[in-house]
Design a protein around this ligand. Structure first.
Ligand code: AMP
Length: 367
């Protein structure tokens, strides 16, 4: 079997590394000839909408998936005319639009922060009136890692942000004073079978994920059940196949949906060593119609991203239970170039070595 992956970043690279034991071969399509997945599989360097590149990419493939959610939906739709494409392009389309994804989840009865569409100054004013301050004004499309959004504390600030963000195609959200950020990684197979990983706690800085703790410390069965219920509704409504990530805010015992990613997710990297079956392998199993693997955690894991820094590999590997993943990318400020997962049998053991992990990842300020 030869799988095509739209996008050639680290998620594609880790999908391929999980697929080799299953005898799979991989081809990537990415605009950059330097894309790091090209080191572990065949890379077609070309634009996602370039007909010739798409044809070279599609030649001889058995199915197509994606590792990047800002792939043009049209590329996925064109490929879907000749090949199975999973997850369904409809999920890609919804996930690319912050308004559409919130409206979709709300239609399924999943709580979200209060939100309003903003395409005019009039709508901004009405939105501020309805939601109050502070609020977040975000571009509906294209923003990632905290880019394309502004926290606004006054009407003047909101109007300035409105102009800076282009004055249309925006969403205004009520500010949620959340206790913590969580994510749910869910998977649905070709025959509709489902599996769910334990909720993960995520800590960001500068809009970028720094640290994931899995399972989320102090996770109650009720909270897990709630998240499973929300993810199950989304998977079923979309006729989904593959891994789906939901980002959630915890407020007391409530969960509010923030956004979704129709792909494997950074907050699931811990599953490589920290779960019975990794998110990458389960994504592939789902696409291929193979039985899903157990999502049970193996002890407790912390995953620290390496953001624009190259650690001393020997120092990382000297820490018992630490696993280094280096993506083979050039080191640039703010760029995710690798991650370290620290796995331990008990939460107490893990907590004790968290400062050491953060020091190794050079994430020295508290996260
Ligand atoms: P997003 O790109 O929409 O996931 O937003 C990036 C980060 O901004 C999130 O991870 C949160 O830390 C924060 N954020 C986003 N939306 C809200 C909100 N409605 N209330 C409070 N914080 C938010």
């Amino acid at each position: 079997m030869r799988l095509g992956i739209l996008g050639g970043g680290q998620l594609g690279r880790m999908l391929a590394l999980a697929g080799y034991p299953l005898g799979l071969a991989f081809r990537f399509l990415d605009p950059s000839p330097e894309a790091c997945a090209g080191q572990v599989g065949e890379l077609v360097a070309g634009d996602y909408l370039d007909g010739e590149a798409l044809a070279r990419f599609a030649e001889g493939l058995d199915l197509v998936t994606y590792e990047f959610e800002n792939v043009p939906v049209e590329a996925a739709q064109r490929l879907a005319e000749r090949l199975p494409v999973f997850p369904p392009p409809k999920a890609l389309e919804i996930a690319q639009d912050r308004l559409a994804e919130k409206a979709f989840m709300q239609s399924l009865g999943v709580p979200t922060p209060p939100f309003r569409k903003v395409d005019t100054l009039e709508e901004l004013r009405e939105g501020l009136e309805a939601l109050g301050l502070p609020a977040l004004l975000k571009a509906r499309r294209g923003g990632y890692d905290g880019k394309g959004q502004a926290l606004v504390r006054s009407r003047e600030e909101a109007e300035r942000a409105f102009a800076q963000l282009g004055g249309k195609g925006l969403i205004l959200e009520g500010f949620v004073p959340f206790d913590r950020e969580l994510s749910m990684l869910a998977v649905r197979g070709l025959r509709g079978e489902v599996a769910f990983y334990p909720l993960v706690e995520n800590r960001h800085r500068g809009g970028i994920l720094r640290l994931s703790l899995a399972p989320a410390p102090g996770l109650s069965p009720r909270l897990q059940e709630k998240a499973v219920g929300y993810a199950r509704r989304a998977l079923e409504a979309l006729g989904y196949v593959g891994v789906l990530a939901l980002e959630l805010f915890q407020v007391g015992e409530e969960l509010l949906f923030n956004e979704m990613a129709p792909r494997v997710h950074n907050s699931g990297h811990w599953t490589i060593e920290g779960a019975e079956t990794s998110q990458f392998e389960n994504h592939l199993r789902a696409l291929l119609g193979l039985p899903l693997g157990s999502t049970a955690p193996r002890g407790y894991s912390a995953m620290a991203n390496l953001i624009g820094v190259e650690p001393d590999f020997a120092q990382v590997l000297a820490l018992p239970g630490a696993h280094l993943h280096w993506y083979g990318k050039g080191v640039r400020p703010g760029r995710k170039v690798g991650h370290i997962t620290l796995r331990r049998d008990t939460w107490e053991d893990l907590a004790q070595d968290l400062p050491h992990l953060l020091a190794l990842a050079q994430a020295l300020e508290p996260v």
